[in-house]
Design a protein around this ligand. Structure first.
Ligand SMILES: O=P(O)(O)OC[C@@H](O)[C@@H](O)c1c[nH]c2ccccc12
Length: 267
């Protein structure tokens, strides 16, 4: 299955990691831990609320590094960053737990317990085991990447997540993937402006796909938003919900950067 793209590499690595985790932490133990968690904080609901209040729902991402950018932030303290994002008016948090992004599972708990915002576990889900694992870590939402999964895998894993009361963000980056996403139940459709196969970013992706998303689904515009002008361009394309990481993480004062971006969106 490996055709050598970065996405393939990360997913292949993930399968090995999941096999290891399964041998170390049997599913029964994880199921118990997932059961012991407080119920999920409503992720989609928090986005809706901010859209109503300030016109824009921001999922602010906590990301130390990425395959495309390398090291983004050297001083990296998830709890502190979570508080900065919350003060600035983010609706939700996204926390990378993947090692290709220098993320760890611990980062999720550190960020989530510092604030009361809902948190999406940002990782590459290739096995239902990871859904239970995400809930056991406290995640309120998970990401399913359409290009990495079959239709059967998508709907099975979506069902498990919904069964836990979590929300699911379904990620697409072209028309064919969107068509597959619309066969699922989840309302949150993430349009990734970054093509994970070639790591190129193009805001034209959202402009192309936004008109194809039915009114009963919610578009989340993901990746490559660097300035208030970019946000305005995406608002003009119909976006109200955003997932933004790198451009906020690379600023020393994350709270200020987030406030500036959100204020710019209103003008
Ligand atoms: O840092 P950016 O360009 O603002 O992008 C954030 C987010 O969209 C990006 O991290 C992302 C979107 N989908 C993903 C899937 C896996 C890992 C990362 C991602």
């Amino acid at each position: 299955m490996s055709t050598g793209t970065i996405l393939d590499r990360i997913c292949d690595d993930k399968r090995k990691e999941v096999a290891l985790h399964k041998s170390q932490r049997p599913i029964q133990e994880l199921l118990r831990r997932a059961q012991d968690q407080a119920p999920p904080r409503g992720f989609a609901a928090a986005l809706d609320k901010k859209v109503e209040e300030i016109g824009i729902g921001l999922i602010a991402e906590i990301k130390k590094a990425s395959p495309s950018a390398g090291l983004i932030r050297s001083t990296f303290e998830p709890a502190q960053l979570a508080r900065a994002y919350a003060r600035a008016g983010a609706a939700c948090l996204s926390v990378l737990t993947n090692k290709f992004f220098q993320g760890t599972d611990a980062h999720l708990g550190e960020a989530r317990s510092a604030v009361d915002l809902p948190v999406i576990r940002k990782d590459f889900v290739v096995d239902p085991y990871q859904i239970v694992e995400s809930r056991a870590l406290g995640a309120d939402c998970i990401l399913l990447i359409v290009s990495a999964l079959t239709d059967a895998e998508l709907s099975n894993m979506e069902d498990i997540a919904l069964g836990y009361g979590m929300d699911v963000l379904i990620e697409v980056h072209d028309e064919a993937e969107l068509e597959r996403a619309l066969k699922l139940k989840s309302k949150l459709i993430g349009v990734n402006n970054r093509d994970l196969k070639i790591m190129k970013t193009d805001l034209g992706t959202t402009e192309r796909l936004a008109p194809l998303i039915p009114a009963d689904r919610q578009l989340v515009c993901e990746s490559g938003i660097d300035s208030p002008a970019d946000i305005k361009r995406m608002i003009n394309a119909g976006a109200k919900r955003f997932l933004i990481g790198e451009s906020l993480m690379k600023r020393p004062d994350v709270e200020m950067a987030t406030k500036i971006l959100l204020a710019g969106a209103k003008v």
